[in-house]
Write a protein that binds this ligand. Sequence first.
Ligand SMILES: Cc1ncc(COP(=O)(O)O)c(C=O)c1O
Length: 412
Amino acid sequence: MKYPVEGIRSRFPALAPGAVFFDGPGGTQVPQAVIDAVAAYYREANANEHGQFAFSRRSDAIIAAGRAAMADLLNARSEAEIIFGANMTTLTLHLARIIGRDLQPGDEIVVTRLDHDANIAPWLHLQEQGVLIRWLEFDPADCTLMLEDLEGMITERTRLVAVGGASNAFGTVNDLPRILAAARRAGALTFVDAVHFAPHRPVDVQQLGCDFLACSPYKFYGPHSGVLYGRREVLERLQPYKVRPSAAAIPDCFETGTKSHEAIAGVAAAIDFLAALGQELGTGCESYPAGRRRLLKQALAAISDHESLLFSRLLAGLQEIPGVRIYGITDPGRLHERTPTACFTLAGMTPAEVAQRLGEEGIHVWDGDYYAWEAMRFLGLSERGGAVRAGLSLYNNEAEVERFLSTLLRIR
Ligand SMILES: Cc1ncc(COP(=O)(O)O)c(C=O)c1O
């Protein structure tokens, strides 16, 4: 079946005619179903957890449904492995502090220069207690990790390897199987930042064999919130910082204070929106929630194909504009190694000027370092205002790509 982009767009009220949203890497728009689920939570279930009255029971059911939906999206073995939080950054800072309780001076953590700072700074804080940080660098020519250095970097003192699934700046999809296998051989824990990966590719934590994986539903058509997957055996071993009266069992013991229940209602709706898309695009014989995992895989495969097709046009068009410099993989034969997120500069204008001019024309793109702080400094871009980022999402279409390219050419 042909990818029904116009039908998909019509389900997103914010996608008013005239606006081009190319800031998916910063946060996607939400379908009406997500808006409805959040509103319905306030109308029908607004209460704290584990009370003896109807609204509280409904809240419990909504949170359980949110965990089940996330477990399907990530292929977790159990809902007990799904931890909700305010956002990925808060969850990662919290987890790093907990993991730090078991670390000794001289223990080592591997981080990458390519990652968002939310998967670097939380681990750097552990240097205060004598932990050593090893940096996996990237090749500035195509913004891919220098994996040939990885094996030598992981030693018997390596306690954790923290790596991104995909770069939110350059779109590079990292070779997670290879990186995680090297970490496992050394007996190190593994933490994957899948915030930029999850909107574009299916995630399978069991196949990856990672210990932790974090993502942010607001990057895949849901509300602002964060989710942390933790492998049950590891979660049960750790000692989370918590207040004493709160639940002692996983996953609740990792969730500090009251959660955003309305956001969790929206997370489940976003995942069901994707599953319904999978049903529409696939053979149609699956039902959910029973077959939801398969439907999600179908949806993500179709989304990825659609986005890649559009992106190859966007990339080719960008390359034709004089003065544009693109950072990341540009080889058309290697587009499967990247997400549909372009990072570029335009000679003679600052990234902020380019983004502002595009914004005046209704084209929403980001500029700056997008918290890929180390990477932008390494490339010498920080002092020049970073770069412009244009990222595609499931609702973008060909006309928008053409409009973006012609507007950029005019601006130049
Ligand atoms: C790759 C990546 N990691 C982490 C984050 C931080 O996520 P959050 O905003 O949920 O803290 C972002 C946000 O842009 C991101 O793109």
